[in-house]
Design a protein around this ligand. Structure first.
Ligand SMILES: [Zn+2]
Ligand SMILES: [Zn+2]
Length: 231
């Protein structure tokens, strides 16, 4: 399984693409597709019609903004069926996009599912509810890769024995809301069973002190756009 960060930024970044992870194995899957992720497909040489599924962690704009451009491009390229997965509300979200652009329905092939476990081309996917300001879920891909989406760090994700955990680390020390802080992360790191941990979705004021954060945590790597690894 090859994993590539297409976007590691947040809603305020203009230098990075917003949240998107490309997983390539028996299927090509995008986990989230924030603004700028569509453009990054060209950077890694993946054509729009080669994506089998998009898995949305939650329906904030920095995680789903480029879904509509992807659908429009696939409409033009006569692509096959795109499977879209997401938490409750995702069907209504996609319907609202197509209400604004009804002509896309004519030949667009897609299916939206809100199930909590499913398979994409033989790859098993499980979901775990996370702690965010709206309904949100983490994804576990083939038992090997865990992607947190937006959430406060909580022990369940860290207790999974996996090859890699991609976890958000939005905020610097001392701030607290529905995102992860270094202190919040460190509490969970003690129980971490993942072989590698990648931190992503850092707001610029957190990214600016990333070396201090890494020193504090003592484990893990900071994800950058277009970084990739194999598991
Ligand atoms: Zn969010
Ligand atoms: Zn976000």
């Amino acid at each position: 399984m090859k994993v590539t960060f297409l976007g590691t930024g947040t809603a305020v970044d203009t230098q990075k693409a917003q949240s998107c992870v490309l997983v390539e194995d028996s299927a090509r899957i995008l986990i989230d597709i924030g603004c700028g992720a569509f453009r990054r497909l060209g950077d890694v040489g993946v054509r729009v019609e080669e994506i089998d599924a998009v898995l949305i962690t939650h329906n904030h704009l920095d995680h789903n903004a480029d879904l509509l451009p992807l659908l429009k491009a696939r409409w033009l390229e006569n692509a096959g069926k795109l499977e879209i997965y997401g938490p409750p509300g995702t069907k209504a979200f996609v319907e609202s996009l197509l209400e604004a652009f009804p002509y896309l329905r004519q030949k667009l092939s897609f299916e939206v599912n809100e199930e909590s476990s499913f398979e994409v081309c033989g790859m098993k996917v499980e979901t775990i509810p996370t702690f965010h300001s709206i309904v949100s879920r983490a994804y576990v891909i083939d038992g090997a890769l865990v992607v947190s989406g937006d959430t406060r760090a909580f022990p369940e994700l860290f207790s999974i024995e996996c090859d890699a955990l991609i976890h958000e680390l939005s905020l610097p020390s001392g701030q607290s809301d529905f995102h992860t802080t270094p202190e919040n992360m460190k509490e969970c790191l003690d129980k971490a069973k993942a072989e590698r941990i990648f931190y992503t979705h850092m707001y610029p004021h957190a990214y600016a002190v990333k070396d201090d954060i890494l020193a504090f945590l003592g484990f893990g790597e900071i994800a950058e756009d277009l970084m990739s690894f194999s598991i």
